[in-house]
Design a protein around this ligand. Structure first.
Ligand SMILES: Nc1nc2c(ncn2[C@@H]2O[C@H](COP(=O)(O)OP(=O)(O)OP(=O)(O)O)[C@@H](O)[C@H]2O)c(=O)[nH]1
Ligand SMILES: [Mg+2]
Length: 696
């Protein structure tokens, strides 16, 4: 892969060195990329990622020298799975810190294996200007020993800690409390998305109360997706924290809002409150003295607030500027009307109502006729009844719009006339910077003049930076190397019989992911024999997702993954769209016979920058949730909580396995209700021969 990069750059150098420019018949002068001054090359390199910079460093000595200029190494991510650099050993990192990063370094991201006391000492000593740091413990199996840690960067203003669900942080935190009292911005990231690994037991892996006492100057607190964070933590953060301006607790499902009243009484400077996906209770929200608050930004998406509460709150907030109120069943016409009549909507500049589809187009039209001119951002996506008609009628009012998001993935009975819409946008919104159309491609109608419509948009909206025609086909192709997993996912079937797959088998499964109600997943079950056949490239072609499955009880199945991967990589390198690859350890029901150690497989996945999942085709553990999660990632959406519940397995154990009656209740409780799901999607209880029992 690396060599490929060098080839391209080498070629550019070669081509440019052979280029001659002639000026009015005068002597030909030779212009080569070599002749560019160092300063210019440095500026060019600024636009490259560190991975690319490392590649171009191999082109020639001079490029290497420029690539290693410390000015290019101010912001460094060492997390390969989020497109950062992979550092193979601690020694290499220590060398990098002292030689390349030095005083230039402002921001660093460290993955668990690189968070050691020696690295932190080195950063403290060699990088005096380090003000921003991210420590990723999310994949931790165990922590390094920090008992000898004496130094830690002292100038940190920003710290982000990605928590693991099972690693207790207190030993480490106790060592750093004295160094972090200058922190102004704190992000604690939980494991919300990793629900497939969710334990019934919730551990309080970090002591939020102590952390709060150590950081008195926080302005921004973001607690994201942390399963143990509750109202008492919000209370703790708000006490003696007069600087607090922004509090985000998105996806902290234990938060009910019971301490919100005190929060607002204490934190008069609070301007931004983000509570998406929490368990907010209307009664608590209504107790807040909203009229005295300085709140400007509010996110209450995907909460269960009542209509009464929404009216009460919106009519009392004096200066709301940004409102994100998506997926709210109770956000209806009455709320919009009351807000306009009783509240202050004069300051509103951005409104996101994605999937709040109990609003009628009539009410929206009235609201926008009144306030459309003041809006910089408007998202009315995920509402099947809001079509180009409403947009056409309000576009002439949206004269200040910079961001517009429209359309839904649901197949509509009517068609959307894209050309006219583009025309309307081009003529009405000269300041537009981002336009997103999310309609299903089947519903989009283009005329012969569609090319012209795009041109008009380009000419009239000269500030446009992003045009997203998210015409994602509602289907994904998944390449899987295990029949049992495919059978389990598609037919909820498992057999102990082993029949090797000759070549490839095809399966189809229709699932629902968030607002995508009919996602067709095409699963290609590729047999192990294909690895040495000459058809593999044909099988890989077109896959959106590749699951590389090995057997946790069989080391040779793991050892051969390298070979799978290098072949697959050699094919996909040339693709425009690189598939999402995940490493899967199957047969995790046979933990007692595991021969491939967890840290080995996790390291393999991390080094290649791929996610890792343990699964069991026999019990169904993580099968459905993992595949649905990857499909959601491809579609660029999140699995909703209902989706996650739906994909959690009901694990079937044959008679003879231990049955825990409490676990049965837990599983039954987790069942999606009929209201949430149409009957067709309802998972059936297993046949009477088996017993339902939660083995997870
Ligand atoms: N206990 C247990 N056995 C499993 C599991 N998954 C598969 N097996 C068994 O392992 C054997 C092989 O399973 P397959 O899924 O057919 O293997 P495969 O990877 O498709 O094999 P090829 O088609 O040759 O590539 C069968 O006997 C299955 O019953 C699992 O999760 N747990
Ligand atoms: Mg097979």
């Amino acid at each position: 892969m690396d060599l490929g990069g060098v080839d391209v750059w080498g070629q550019i150098a070669l081509e440019t060195s052979q280029m001659y420019v002639s000026e009015g018949g005068a002597a030909k002068s030779r212009t080569t990329i070599e002749k560019l001054p160092d300063k210019v090359l440095l500026n060019v390199f600024c636009y490259l990622s560190h991975r690319e910079i490392c590649r171009v460093a191999r082109v020639c000595k001079r490029w290497r020298q420029i690539a290693y200029d410390t000015r290019l190494w101010k912001h460094v991510s060492l997390r390969p799975e989020v497109s950062g650099l992979h550092v193979s050993s601690l020694e290499n990192l220590l060398h990098l810190v002292s030689v390349r990063f030095g005083p230039s370094l402002r921001y660093i991201e460290l993955p668990i294996e690189l968070i050691t006391h020696t690295v932190l000492h080195e950063l403290a000593n060699k990088c005096p200007n380090l003000t921003h740091m991210l420590l990723d413990f999310s994949t931790a199996m165990q922590l390094h020993d920090f008992s000898e840690m004496q130094a830690f960067p002292t100038k940190l203003k920003y710290m982000c800690i990605c928590l693991s669900e099972v690693i207790f942080m207190e030993g480490f935190m106790r060592k750093i409390y004295n160094f972090i009292n200058g922190l102004e911005i704190l992000h604690l990231i939980g494991t919300y998305e990793k629900v497939e690994e969710e334990e019934e037991e919730i551990y309080e892996v970090i002591n939020v109360h102590k952390l709060k006492s150590a950081t008195p100057n926080l302005r921004v607190i973001n607690l994201y997706g942390i399963n143990f964070v509750d109202d008492s933590h919000i209370d703790a953060f708000s006490s003696n924290c007069i600087q607090l301006e922004c509090l985000a607790v998105n996806y902290c499902s234990k938060v009910t809002g019971s301490t919100m009243k005190t929060l607002f009484q204490r934190s008069r400077r609070l301007t931004c409150l983000l509570m998406q996906g929490t368990n907010l209770q209307s009664e608590y929200v209504m107790q807040v003295e909203w009229e005295k608050s300085s709140i400007q930004e509010l996110d209450i998406t995907a909460t269960d607030l009542s209509t009464e509460c929404l009216i009460d709150m919106l009519s009392r907030i004096p200066g709301l500027r940004f409102l994100s109120a998506g997926q709210l069943n109770n956000f209806n016409d009455n709320v919009l009307k009351a807000w306009t009549e009783l509240g202050n909507t004069r300051n509103l500049i951005a409104l996101d109502l994605d999937r709040s589809d109990n609003l009628s187009d009539d009410a929206l039209h009235k609201f926008l006729s009144r306030h459309g001119h003041q809006l910089y951002g408007l998202a009315l996506s995920g509402m099947p009844h809001i079509t180009d008609q409403l947009w056409q009628s309000v576009l002439p009012i949206l004269t200040n719009a910079k961001i517009l998001v429209m359309g839904t993935q649901e197949r509509l009975g009517v068609n959307i006339h894209v050309d006219q819409l583009m025309d309307g946008i081009a003529n009405s919104c000269p300041h537009l910077e981002r336009l997103e159309l999310r309609w299903d491609p089947e519903n989009l109608r283009f005329s012969d003049k569609s090319q012209k419509a795009i041109d008009i948009l380009r000419v009239k909206c000269i500030k446009m930076k992003c045009l997203s025609l998210r015409t994602i086909a509602n289907s994904s192709c998944i390449f899987v190397t295990s029949t049992s997993i495919v059978q389990k996912f598609c037919n909820n079937d498992f057999t102990r019989q082993y029949i090797p797959t000759a070549g490839i088998d095809f399966f189809l499964k229709n699932i629902s992911i968030g607002s995508y109600k009919n996602v067709n997943l095409h699963l290609w079950d590729v047999g192990g024999l294909a690895l040495h056949g000459n058809m593999l490239d044909k099988y890989v072609f077109g896959a959106h997702i590749i699951l590389l499955v090995y057997d946790v009880t069989n080391s040779s199945s793991f050892d051969i993954l390298d070979e799978w991967l290098s072949k697959i990589k050699s094919f996909i390198e040339a693709y425009d769209e690189i598939p999402l690859i995940a490493v899967v350890g199957n047969k995790c029901d046979m933990e007692h016979q595991r021969t491939v150690k967890r840290d080995r497989s996790h390291r393999f996945a991390a080094e290649n920058g791929y996610p890792y999942h343990d699964m069991s085709a026999r019990t169904g553990e993580a099968v459905s949730l993992c595949i649905a999660g990857l499909a959601a990632q491809v579609l660029g959406v999140r699995l909703t909580r209902t989706d996650q519940d739906f994909h959690k397995p009901i694990i079937i154990a044959e008679i003879g396995d231990t049955v825990d009656i409490n676990s049965i209740h837990k599983v039954v409780k987790r069942f999606p209700t009929k209201k949430q799901f149409p009957l067709a999607f309802h998972p059936r209880f297993p046949a009477s021969k088996s017993t339902v029992c939660a083995l997870q």
